[in-house]
Design a protein around this ligand. Sequence first.
Ligand SMILES: Cc1cc2nc3c(=O)[nH]c(=O)nc-3n(C[C@H](O)[C@H](O)[C@H](O)COP(=O)(O)OP(=O)(O)OC[C@H]3O[C@@H](n4cnc5c(N)ncnc54)[C@H](O)[C@@H]3O)c2cc1C
Length: 519
Amino acid sequence: METEENVVGDAGAGDLRAAGLSPARWEAGDPRVAQSLADALPRPFWTSQPGAPDPEPPLTGTVTADLAVVGGGFSGLWTALLARQRDPSADVVLVEGATAGWGASGRNGGFCSASLTHGIGNGLARFPGEMPLLERLGALNLAEIGETVAAHGIDCDFSPAGELDVATEPWHLDGLHAEAEAARGLGHEVTELDAAGVRAELDSPVFLGGVWYRDTCALVDPARLARGLRRACLDTGVRIHEHTPVRAIAEARGGARARAGGGATGSTGTAGGAGRAGRGLVLTTPHGQVRARRVALATGAYRPLLRRIRNYIVPVYDYALVTRPLSAAELAGLGWRHRQGAADLGNQFHYFRLTADDRILWGGYDAVYYNGGRIRTAQDQRPRTFARLARHFLDTFPQLEDVSFEYAWGGVLDTCSRFCPFFGTAYGGRLAYAAGYTGLGVGASRFGANVMLDRLAGLETERTGLALVRSRPVPFPPEPARSAVIQLTRASLARADRDAGRRNLWLRALDRLGLGYDS
Ligand SMILES: Cc1cc2nc3c(=O)[nH]c(=O)nc-3n(C[C@H](O)[C@H](O)[C@H](O)COP(=O)(O)OP(=O)(O)OC[C@H]3O[C@@H](n4cnc5c(N)ncnc54)[C@H](O)[C@@H]3O)c2cc1C
């Protein structure tokens, strides 16, 4: 993590004007855009809703644990909860630099996908032989998320509505049928739609066709899912310390053994078994220490505490807008009876969905890497991107010209060159990590949590045998080459979108190497 600001701050209060971001600066020449954004609050819609819990106290002093989880996003929350489910006597501590769900987990689109590979196309390109198993495990993972939500009474509007992929350019139609067939071949329920069919589902004059993947995705309110998982962790005995950034991890030195069996509960532990107890790891925080037998690193896009991860992920910003609630007539004008999640098919794509109170969340398109990989709270606001998103929204849904945006925000996600997560261990198997979820970690992070726990327990499972789990992405080059390569890729993708999908030499070279850059 670069600065304290990254984990402790939240988007400031007040509207964008108050923040000095004048509408006039956004999109000179398009008054509709300026008007639509004029009163947007500069913060995530989801976390702005009531119900935020009081934070758990920061860590002071020294505590011991069987398992310490660093990071309180979906990755860390699932890891802690599943650890307690696997072994109810395990003593589990979760430390979070801000508050649980503060990072990407509380501010995303809420598409909870079954895919573990950032989509079927990406999975087939990288793990063709493994895809039937990966899709089966992904479907099981999604089903188990639904079961956990129900079992713990988590009120997060979990709805398995599927995803509607829409073509907005003729070249988007090219691969549509093949992708639908591939998904069918993997056992998915898929409906192909022509222009009239897709417009009957969701009406836009720019939609030319589409595919409704009925069973691959649920929609959630991500902040309420994170709050619910946090509550479930606490209810099952996980100790949580918020506003507790971990500054360093080190091996416990002589006499500083993490107590086998842990702290308060005196358990025989999870993640490793009694026979593997011994010298543990020490997490240093501003006012205390955690001495743990095992550690799970779940720090998302933030500066990894483990140096070896740093070349594999880059922090990429993704941005979203949320409208005011639509009236019944406005909603009826769109159709959208099945309330699917939706996305278009450009290289730079938009994702969009309804919220429970009939607003539209509209996000994506720009995937911004700030040179040097900086993470700053100020970067959560990007008026240029908000203006672009608003203009695209109005072009897509001209019937909603009078609908203004009430929220505008961004967040940072951990992109890797293969777009789907990778896993590893350190300190002789006493620390496990999962990273690189790119833009699809809401569901997959639960799978990753199970991988980390398998690894920490030294278990050989169906999961740990996967090539997805055993292999790694190609690392990014060091700076300044990293920035140059990413910006060239980004510009090339934008050009391909303008040029009927034609990929230039650079993108074709990356394709051949199986590399890329995405949100
Ligand atoms: C705008 C946006 C839209 C998105 N839309 C979708 C979507 O629709 N579907 C989807 O699947 N994915 C989406 N994503 C991605 C998804 O949100 C992430 O993949 C997922 O939330 C990752 O969870 P995480 O726990 O790994 O990371 P995070 O939620 O970022 O959690 C990491 C946590 O670790 C904490 N932390 C970091 N370093 C330290 C430290 N040293 N000490 C203590 N704590 C630390 C941070 O404060 C943070 O709370 C989106 C992301 C963004 C930003």
